[in-house]
Structures are given as structure tokens and as C-alpha cells.
Design a protein around this ligand. Structure first.
Ligand SMILES: Nc1ncnc2c1ncn2[C@@H]1O[C@H](COP(=O)(O)OP(=O)(O)OP(=O)(O)O)[C@@H](O)[C@H]1O
Length: 307
């Protein structure tokens, strides 16, 4: 693996048994890499396989019944060792999760335990992953809350999730994910449940943190507007496959795949809003129903292979 990469996913295949001998192939041979300090956006509509890909990298998908049917997930750990996460025993993965990679989910309420204080929940993760005492963990938790710009951080430590707004809860989740200074953070639709202003604040925060800490980010979204804000490179997923990949500039300037064009057409533009109530939208359903489109790979942008 090149020195400048933290993650290399190669030909990843994930399936679910649906009973009655039926198998759903949720991820069909997906390959991508993420460089140090880089943000890669995995884009596609609901059901395209983005979350299953992320959960497989975390090795959490198997707890939902997923089967890792093939491929490799090579990751450079903090000490420099390169391991194939697809083949690590779960016991070892427990230490990789939260120390080398962490994940922030869409709904912070589902990730936070309502009966424990914020300080306890962040502290518990720090004690588990870093072997710190309760007092040390509280200090680290406090600093993490300050890092994610939570006002009155000291007071927040003793509050419970229901005391916080949705945006604040998502900041707490990001703080928790940052505590162990992971080299890769996966954010799965982190702002979808938030209103637009709070969404913009959280996106700004992630960008600022990335500059401060230098971590790599895998950003999962269905929103090309968010991609334009956040990402260096994009992988577009459709029905379990990556149908197009490139830099943000390349993909926005010259989208090669019809599905990518449909995603771009769904981004409201000032011009198209001028004389209509609704932004223009590409007829996505018709496109997806076109049998010629599914799995089309001729539009895949071939990335230069470094010498
Ligand atoms: N536990 C599960 N059992 C069976 N099928 C599943 C399970 N989890 C996901 N799937 C299926 O895998 C496919 C990919 O789902 P995935 O959640 O990765 O999509 P997604 O692109 O992340 O969409 P969303 O943004 O809605 O989560 C879908 O067809 C979904 O129904």
C-alpha cells in the first residue's frame, strides 16, 4: 500500500441471506482508496450500499447478518502496520474501532444512551480504548467537547442527551469519535436529521477539525451539495457498485455516468429556482428502471495508477 494512503478497499463483496435460499448482494466488488488527510465522499441514493460498505469497513455489518463474501480492506494503523480489516479477528477489531477508525451515524439519539451523562459516555469510551483513569478520561472528554465547540463544555459533561439539541448531540458524537484521534473518521449522513443552518455548522466543524487534526474522512451522503462542500474525491454508488469515481472537480465538471448526472440534476440551483417553485429534478426512477443502465461500467473514470 502506498505511504500516502490510509485505506484501500479492493473488490469488496457483501451479501445478506434473505431466507428461502435467497441472497441479496448489497455490495458487489467495490474498490476505492483514501489518502492521508483526504475526504472521500461515497454518494448514492438510499439502498445503494453506502452504509453496508461503511459498516463492513468497521466490521459491524456482520452483527446485522451480513456476510463478507470477498475482497480486502487494507488499513494503515497508527503504528504504521498495514492490516487487512476483512481478516482481523473481532477481538482485534475492537481495538481498531475507536482508536484507528471511528464512525458517526445519522441519528445521535440512537447512538447515545439516554440514561448516562454525556461525560460518562465519552469517558467510558476513553477508558476502554486508552486505559485512562476516570479523572483523566473526564479531562480528555472536556477537551474533546471544547474541540467541537460545545459551549459551556464543563456543564455539558454532567448533562444527559435529552438536555441537548440535535446539533449539540451530533457535536458530542463527533467529540466521542475524535477522542482517540483516529486516522480515519467515517461519517454516515451525519447531518441528514438536522435543519439546514445546523447542518452547515456541523459541516464547517468537520472541515475545521480535519484541518486541525489531519485525519482522513469517508463521508457518506446522498446529497451532491454536501459533497461539493466537503469532499476531495467522489465515488458514486448505484445498486451495490461504484459506477463513477473522480475528483470533485472532474465529476461536477464532466459527469460521465447518467446516474451521476441525475444526482447532480437533483441539486437545487439558483438559476433553475428563479421562475419555478420546485428545483428541477431528473426523472431518477425512469433512469433506474432502464435495464441498460444497471451495472453500467463503461462510464467509470479510470484513476491513474501511481508508478
Ligand atoms: N440487515 C440487513 N438485512 C438484509 N438486507 C440489508 C440489511 N442491511 C441492509 N440491507 C440491504 O442492503 C442494501 C444496501 O443498504 P445500505 O443501507 O447500505 O444502503 P445505503 O446506500 O446506505 O442507503 P441508506 O442511506 O438508506 O442507508 C439495501 O438493499 C438494503 O435493503
Amino acid at each position: 500500500m502506498n505511504d500516502d494512503r490510509v485505506l484501500e478497499v479492493d473488490n469488496l463483496q457483501v451479501s445478506f441471506s434473505l431466507g428461502g435460499g435467497q441472497t441479496l448482494r448489497a455490495v458487489k466488488g467495490v474498490s476505492f482508496h483514501i489518502g492521508r488527510g483526504e475526504t472521500l465522499a461515497l454518494v448514492g441514493e438510499s439502498g445503494s450500499g453506502k452504509s453496508v460498505t461503511a459498516m463492513t469497513i468497521m466490521r459491524l455489518a456482520e452483527y446485522d447478518g451480513a456476510r463478507l463474501a470477498g475482497g480486502s480492506i487494507r488499513m494503515r494503523l497508527a503504528g504504521g502496520e498495514v492490516v487487512d480489516l476483512a481478516r482481523l479477528p473481532q477481538k482485534r477489531m475492537q481495538s481498531v474501532r475507536g482508536s484507528d477508525i471511528s464512525m458517526v451515524f445519522q441519528d445521535p439519539m440512537a447512538s447515545l444512551n439516554p440514561v448516562f451523562s454525556i461525560g460518562f459516555q465519552i469517558g467510558e469510551a476513553i477508558m476502554r480504548h486508552q486505559g485512562k483513569s476516570a479523572a483523566e478520561a473526564r479531562t480528555i472528554a472536556l477537551n474533546a467537547l471544547k474541540l467541537v465547540r460545545v459551549p459551556e463544555a464543563e456543564k455539558r459533561l454532567d448533562q444527559y442527551p435529552h438536555h441537548l439539541s440535535g446539533g449539540m448531540r451530533q457535536r458530542v458524537m463527533i467529540a466521542m469519535a475524535l477522542c482517540c484521534r483516529p486516522s480515519l473518521m467515517i461519517l454516515d449522513e451525519p447531518t441528514t436529521a438536522l435543519d439546514v443552518t445546523i447542518q452547515a455548522q456541523i459541516l464547517d466543524l468537520v472541515r475545521a477539525l480535519q484541518r486541525e487534526i489531519g485525519m482522513s474522512v469517508l463521508f457518506i451522503t446522498h446529497d451532491m451539495g454536501v459533497v461539493a462542500e466537503m469532499a476531495d474525491r467522489i465515488c458514486v454508488m448505484l445498486k451495490g457498485e461504484i459506477v463513477e469515481t473522480g475528483t470533485v472537480y472532474e465529476v461536477f465538471e464532466t459527469p460521465l455516468h447518467a446516474y451521476t448526472r441525475s444526482l447532480l440534476a437533483a441539486v437545487p440551483r439558483l438559476g433553475s429556482m428563479a421562475d419555478k417553485d420546485e428545483p428541477e429534478r431528473f426523472p431518477l426512477v425512469e433512469l433506474r428502471d432502464d435495464p441498460g443502465l444497471a451495472g453500467t461500467r463503461d462510464a467509470v473514470r479510470v484513476e491513474a495508477v501511481p508508478a
